[in-house]
Design a protein around this ligand. Structure first.
Ligand code: B12
Ligand code: SF4
Length: 471
């Protein structure tokens, strides 16, 4: 059976996110479907920069039986536009929606978007594979587990839980145009780039986080094979590891580093982790194996706020790890949150002071916009900071509304916006930082990265509508 997977854009965030990376979600789904013997293709809208009209033209002659749409909550406006376009061009097609936008209740999605036929929340490999098998032999939809759909009379049907995907295959890179992907500064020190996943889930309990808690690492041998495959087949020189928390097992990452070195895989890479999950020894090994940058969830310089976020780290942990990271020659990005529960002028000043002390190479101040699916979202609803039905009303109305911030009488939305900009300006636009950055330049490529980064920052601070620098 012919299936088309569509990765949607979130246009307004295009210039503030990390870059344009391979859509691993749909590429994993494609692998599961190829294994099931189906014909699959992927339309990656951000990578090809397709307009809705281009997309219509593209699918007009491509009469796939199933269209699988992948979207985050941020790209939801386009779910409506693109699913209607598919129904218009290929009326008999079945439209399946998945991805992080499915934190919205399936019932609401099906009620409000007539063009969407099926919603699959969570990891989609197994339910989508089952669904395609059932559809290809005209079976009963109920037999495909893990899906929501409209039954007789429009009533919501749920076919029951399914097992998680077990096989460890590579994403279907061959269905993507790997030359089209790139990273924004400060990432992207080499080219071509790819993203990769070595584990799923993170068992920690940060209250603002909506990602899966169930940690599932992949075999190191398979990770190494995938890196070598990317190098051999696409000449990849840089990898962005998308794992929620890369160094959950120090032993595992040490083993990965050992293998990278042993097999002579020449790829530079970056990852994200917690400050309490690295040691000097691990950082030394990571550096030797090609790690050039680590993004840490620092979040705040106030012990009180770290506690309110249930972050499970102390200011001392942050200071130690930042200094160790510098000692072992790895650059650092500090992700900061502005407007957490309990935030005041005093706590935010503690954050800015911490950044001055720890001197990360880059800092990203993010306004806290409670993510549905996180503990903080329920909190914000209970405390009447966010309307319970905000997302339902905002996304289905078709209006491009800003996400609500976690604002309180002590720290309003305008305070949040003010401190995001002030923190960013103070960090980047000061003479010592400019000199430090210039002193680090070793190649034309690095100079280009710095100039591009400065352009993005300037346009964001002075002209940007986008306040949520989340990624
Ligand atoms: C890499 C990455 C990016 C990359 C590339 C994204 C891409 N093309 O896939 C770039 C840099 C472009 C990016 C941009 C943004 N991102 Co981003 N990104 C990530 C990151 C780190 C990894 C995503 C990933 O590859 N996961 C691995 C794959 C295998 O998982 P997956 O995509 O979830 O797919 C599985 C399921 O969701 C499901 N599924 C997915 N699609 C479909 C479709 C169907 C039909 C079905 C059935 C199932 C299904 O099955 C898949 C396989 O199991 C995540 C955090 C994380 N670790 O997950 C944040 C994250 C997804 N990003 C996020 C955000 C906010 C953004 C931006 C808005 C940031 C910004 N300010 O610019 C933009 C918007 C992008 C957009 N198009 O909407 C949030 C989303 C929050 C939310 N609730 O929606 C996350 C969770 C980070 C966070 N905690 O804030 N991002
Ligand atoms: S914020 Fe990071 S460390 Fe905390 S639960 Fe989420 S992924 Fe894990």
């Amino acid at each position: 059976m012919d299936i088309t997977l569509v990765n949607l854009p979130a246009k307004r965030f295009r210039y503030t996110s990390l870059g344009v990376l391979p859509p691993l979600g749909v590429a994993y789904l494609a692998s599961a479907l190829l294994e099931g013997g189906h014909n699959v293709d992927i339309i990656d809208i951000p990578a090809s920069d397709l307009s809705l009209e281009d997309f219509r033209r593209l699918i007009r002659h491509k009469k796939s039986r199933i269209y699988g749409i992948s979207s985050t909550l941020f790209g939801f406006q386009d779910v409506i536009n693109f699913s209607e376009a598919i129904k218009g061009e290929v009326p008999g097609a079945l439209i399946v929606l998945g991805g992080l936008c499915t934190v919205l209740p399936a019932e609401d999605i099906l009620k409000n978007i007539p063009a969407v036929d099926i919603v699959i929340p969570g990891e989609g490999e197994e339910p989508l594979r089952q669904l395609c098998e059932i559809v290809s032999c005209d079976g009963d939809l109920k037999e495909a587990k893990g899906i929501f759909f409209r039954g007789g009379g429009g009533a919501l049907c749920y076919s029951g839980k399914t097992q998680r995907q077990k096989s460890d295959y590579f994403p279907a890179y061959s269905l993507l145009d790997m030359k089209k992907y790139y990273l924004h500064p400060p990432f992207g020190v080499s080219f071509p780039v790819a993203s990769m996943e070595t584990s799923r889930g993170c068992p920690f309990g940060c209250r603002f986080c909506c990602l899966s808690k169930s940690y599932r690492p992949r075999e190191i041998e398979r990770v190494i094979e995938e890196m070598a495959y990317l190098k051999q087949n696409y000449g990849v020189n840089e990898i962005y590891f998308v794992d929620h928390t890369f160094t959950i097992s120090a032993e595992r990452i040490s083993a990965l580093c050992r293998e990278i070195i042993k097999r002579g895989i020449k790829i530079v890479w970056s990852c994200k982790t917690r400050v309490d999950l690295v040691s000097g020894d691990l950082l030394r090994r990571m550096r030797k194996a090609g790690c050039y940058m680590i993004s840490y969830g620092v979040e705040s310089g106030s012990e009180k706020i770290l506690k309110n976020l249930n972050k499970g780290i102390s200011v001392k942990d942050i200071e130690n790890t930042m200094s160790l990271t510098r000692k072992y020659g790895i650059r650092s990005v500090a992700y900061m949150i502005v407007g957490s529960p309990g935030e005041t002028r005093e706590t935010i000043k503690e954050s800015l002071a911490l950044i001055k002390r720890i001197k990360p190479d880059y800092v990203l101040y993010n306004a806290l916009a409670p993510d549905p699916g996180s503990e903080l979202f329920s909190d914000a609803v209970n405390n009447k900071i966010v309307e319970k039905d905000f997302f339902k009303n905002a996304v289905f109305s078709g209006e491009d509304k800003d996400w609500p911030l976690y604002s309180t009488p002590e720290f309003s939305s305008s305070d949040v916006e003010f401190w995001v900009k002030k923190g960013t300006r103070e960090f980047y636009f000061n003479i010592p930082y400019v000199f430090r950055s210039l002193a680090r330049i070793r190649s034309m490529n690095e100079l280009k990265i710095i100039l591009r980064g400065a352009r993005i920052l300037l346009s964001d601070i002075f002209f940007g509508k986008d306040k949520y620098l989340i990624n």
